[in-house]
Design a protein around this ligand. Structure first.
Ligand SMILES: [Zn+2]
Length: 191
């Protein structure tokens, strides 16, 4: 189905786009359109929501497998498409993963086919896996001992209020804060 000149995207086209099946010419038309439909993100979320087995409303997609969802009426958490629930979205979800750290030449040779690989005396390779389905969710190549990177902490209230014109009902200044240290503090107290 061809797109409108305005750049409006149909639900069917959105499904194709999400699947990587939309012809390039149509993708280009959508991207370059000067007038875009305002409910585009709603269509996107509708397509995503129909593909998961759970009903918690998706607020934003974080990656191929991860979503920020509303849990009950008062929580926003990170959830994997397999159903595994991570913590509050303000806490780096990587801290709830199974983590494989590659620190030696032998470890690295398992994933780098050639000699062109990181120097294990300088860096380590961290692989993050979902505890529910064991999908690989992220990989970091960082100096040894470097803090786990928090890739993306979105300001959901600003997105919904200022860009989509539909403020979330539980809007609060408390949401847009990195709370990862609360988990580190909890772990420290357990020792
Ligand atoms: Zn999973």
């Amino acid at each position: 189905m061809a797109q409108e000149k305005s750049g409006e995207i149909t639900l069917q086209s959105m499904k194709q786009l999400v699947d990587g099946q939309l012809p390039y010419a149509e993708v280009k038309k959508i991207v370059h359109a000067t007038s875009k439909d305002k409910d585009r993100i709603q269509k996107y979320l509708e397509v995503l929501q129909a593909r998961v087995q759970w009903r918690d409303p998706i607020l934003l997609r974080l990656s191929e497998h991860l979503y920020i969802v509303r849990k009950n009426s008062n929580r926003r958490i990170v959830k994997c498409d397999c159903g595994h629930e991570f913590d509050d979205y303000r806490i780096n979800w990587k801290l709830g993963c199974r983590i494989r750290v590659r620190t030696t030449e032998e470890d690295l040779a398992e994933v780098y086919a050639t000699k062109c690989r990181p120097d294990p005396t300088l860096v380590e390779v961290r692989e993050f896996y979902c505890p529910g389905c064991f999908a690989q969710l992220a990989v970091e190549v960082v100096p040894r001992g470097y803090p786990v990177q928090f890739e993306f902490l979105p300001d959901l209230d600003a997105l919904y209020r200022d860009w989509l014109g539909k403020p979330l009902e539980d809007e609060s200044a408390d949401w847009f804060q990195d709370r990862s240290s609360t988990l580190n503090t909890k772990w420290a107290k357990q020792k």
